[in-house]
Design a protein. Structure first.
Length: 323
């Protein structure tokens, strides 16, 4: 049997090794080894291998991949900006602007508690918007260049649409920080937000640490200390676990909302400011909403009643006359 023959071979080899040990004794050393120089540093330990994303992060990535596939299969997450099947009138545009620009989706400083549609005054940026892109340690290098390019292109588009100075790549001078971070970067995200806004309220900070799975991404805009209706800083969080289309959709919606279109409306179509997920990317109506918001004739702090006649005139000029 093969097992028996293998056993005899081991025994014979052991006998040879024993004989060699008895007949080939090494000579004692003739010189004392030199002492290790005191200035010689021991080699640095090898870096620990990257463990990769946690199981929780992997599960979340798989979940969002299924979500994207399901939405696309239903004809949702459209990228065409709207067409003949999505007409809207001047009246629709005015109504949607009121719902989206003069109301908040969530109550201020209260986390994810809905605002119940309470009207508020107009808010927007008056100074330049300087965006920067930052990454959690879990985000692979291969994805970072694509994310930077996405934000840079979109910032340029927002600048063209609004006529407002908006740029990306500001670095330390940024006032609109776009964080691509995942489940494994929660503490890093909270620390970064606390550094950017030291006096942030606990409910807002907690969003970055414990964002529920149902919330794909978020943006929080902060008012100027001397003017509650003028934005001075915004922070957007884009989940690193998102597949490409959901990732791009989050960038489009959150960066536009951070400019002042803070609410969603079920009647807005075609629009990304609608929770029905029909459109993934900024639509032609969304561009009109942004153009209205950044008209110099609309001032931060205006009520809708004050802004209504101005908006009516702007819409007529923008769309070539009444509908």
């Amino acid at each position: 049997m093969r097992t028996a023959g293998f056993a005899r071979g081991l025994l014979a080899a052991a006998g040879i090794a024993s004989l060699a040990a008895c007949t080939d004794t090494p000579a004692p050393p003739t010189a004392t080894p030199q002492a290790r120089p005191a200035t010689l540093k021991p080699p640095a330990p090898a870096p620990a291998p990257d463990p990769g994303p946690s199981e929780r992060s992997q599960n979340l990535a798989a979940y969002y991949t299924r979500v994207e596939a399901s939405l696309v299969a239903q004809g949702l997450l459209r990228t065409d900006g709207g067409g003949q099947d999505t007409p809207y009138t001047d009246t629709d545009l005015l109504r949607n602007f009121e719902a989206i620009a003069f109301r908040d989706e969530y109550a201020r400083n209260r986390g994810l508690i809905p605002s119940n549609g309470r009207e508020r005054a107009l808010r927007k940026w008056t100074g330049p918007v300087r965006m920067s892109v930052e990454f959690g340690t879990s985000v692979p290098d291969a994805e970072r260049d694509a994310d930077r390019a996405l934000v840079r292109r979109y910032a340029a588009r927002l600048a063209r649409v609004t006529g407002h100075p908006i740029s990306a790549g500001a670095g330390a001078n940024a006032n609109f920080n776009v964080l691509f971070m995942g489940e494994d970067d929660r503490d890093q995200a909270a620390d970064r937000v606390r550094t950017l806004v030291p006096n942030i309220n606990p409910a807002s900070l907690d969003l970055f640490r414990r964002l529920p799975r149902s919330i794909h991404c978020l943006v929080i805009a902060f008012s100027d200390n001397n003017d509650d209706h003028t934005y001075r800083r915004a922070i957007a969080l884009i989940r690193a676990e998102h597949p490409s289309l959901l990732r791009k959709s989050c960038v489009h919606e959150e960066l536009a909302q951070g400019l002042g279109l803070a609410n969603d409306s079920p009647r807005a179509r075609p629009s990304i400011f609608n929770d029905d997920d029909e459109f993934a990317l900024l639509t032609r109506q969304d561009e009109e909403l942004l153009r209205l918001l950044y008209s110099p004739r609309l001032k931060p702090g205006m009520s809708f009643e004050t802004a209504r006649p101005i908006l009516t005139q702007l819409i007529a000029e923008q769309r070539g006359g009444p509908s």
